[in-house]
Design a binder for this molecule. Structure first.
Ligand SMILES: Cc1ncc(COP(=O)(O)O)c(C=O)c1O
Length: 381
């Protein structure tokens, strides 16, 4: 029911992008037991909980190997290194993503080479990847933005044909499927983040590299431990990026719930999409045929209506948090200047950055919450 504009909003329940308190309430004792188990065991770094989580998460993603690391960014860095990306190489990715995708390429001394995104899905325009390949191209990094998978069959065929490595940025894609495959199955490796707000989040930072290639997985495992081949014997330069035992234990408690949580996210997404069906101002991004996104974000474009900032302020006044992922594409960031990119280069990314809004889609929302968000957005757009 539409809100009376004169209504006292102090009565309204805040609707947030995530509800970690609800998650803790659901899992409470199991989470506390898991943390205590690690505290009592003293296995604070890696250890049996992390090892068990690696096995369980690899099985969930239908991938042979998982190597747990300290952050999603480290998963990208160590994945790139394990695939042989070096100083001076180029890696093709998109400019409409969290900065870490391109930033990790540059941190390796390589150069991100961008292809634009599809304005309907915000995913890499796979058909433009071939023409972006040059003599220095070493790898392609698709980003499964908002939890919808890129066309990995197409990208993996192209990479095989052109002798390139394929690393998936799967930081937002836990459990997402497309044409029956999951992230990690098709690429040479896939990098996941377990930042607390992710569909599968740790009680702190965390990440993992998944691969069907045992050599890649073993290489990442060495790199996360200073290139160690045996205690105090270092075969190459690596870093310290070992997942903490407590994070492994927490992730193990949450993993069995992920499928159900993702299903609830899909129900919420379908409810939003139905609500916006006849709107000419709120246009949800497209779910592709054969795609089963995990809806890390539910994203719509605001078109033909009021300025986005005005809409966001009106939603905030009704205690509804609406996020913008991401307000400035990577190629327009100050840090991107050395890559020779600038305004006008990737028009779809630039337009999406101005139009997108991400609505709360966490699995603890009720249908009434979802209806309240949708109704408010339609009223303010
Ligand atoms: C698309 C994408 N790539 C990489 C990362 C980096 O992950 P982390 O924050 O765990 O380092 C994130 C995290 O938000 C992300 O959304």
């Amino acid at each position: 029911m539409p809100l009376d504009p004169a209504m006292n909003t102090t009565e309204l329940k805040p609707i947030q992008p995530v509800d970690l308190a609800a998650e803790r309430a659901q899992l409470g004792p199991a989470l506390e037991d898991a943390v205590l188990r690690v505290l009592r065991s003293g296995a604070y770094v890696l250890g049996p909980e992390v090892q068990a989580f690696e096995t369980e998460f690899a099985a969930y993603q239908r991938t042979k190997h998982a190597v747990a690391v300290a952050t999603g960014t480290d998963a990208l860095l160590l994945g790139l290194r394990a695939l042989g990306v070096q100083h001076g190489d180029e890696v093709i990715t998109t400019p409409f993503t969290f900065f870490a995708s391109a930033g990790s390429i540059a941190w390796m001394g390589a150069v991100p080479k961008f292809v634009d995104v599809d304005p309907e899905t915000a995913l890499m325009l796979e058909d433009q990847v071939a023409s972006a390949i040059g003599p220095r191209t070493k790898a392609v990094m698709p980003v499964h933005l908002y939890g919808q998978l890129c066309d990995m069959n197409k990208l993996s065929a192209l990479c095989k044909q052109r002798g390139l490595k394929l690393i998936e940025d799967s930081a937002q894609a836990h459990g997402a499927e497309r044409d029956g495959y999951r992230s990690g199955e098709k690429g040479d490796c896939a990098a996941f983040s377990f930042y607390p707000t992710k569909n599968l989040g740790a009680a702190g930072e965390g990440g993992a590299v998944l691969s069907n290639d045992g050599e890649v997985a073993c290489h990442v495992a060495r790199l996360r431990d200073h290139g160690s081949v045996a205690k105090y014997h270092h075969g190459e330069i690596g870093t310290n990026s070992r997942l903490q035992g407590i994070q492994g234990a927490v992730l193990r408690v949450k993993l069995p719930h992920l499928e159900r949580w993702n299903e609830r996210r899909r129900q919420i997404a379908a409810r939003y999409t139905a609500a916006f069906q006849s709107s000419d101002k709120v246009r949800p991004l497209t779910v592709l045929p054969g795609s089963k996104p995990c809806f890390h974000q539910y994203t719509a474009r605001l078109v033909n209506g009021k300025p986005r900032d005005t809409v966001l302020a009106a939603m905030a006044a009704e205690k509804i948090s609406v996020a913008v992922h991401y307000p400035k594409p990577v190629h327009l960031q100050e840090a991107a200047r050395p890559w020779g990119v600038g305004p006008g280069d990737f028009p779809n990314a630039e337009r999406l950055a101005q139009e997108v809004v991400c609505l709360p889609v966490h699995p603890f929302l009720s249908d009434a919450d979802v209806d309240r968000v949708a109704e408010a957005l339609l009223r303010h757009a």
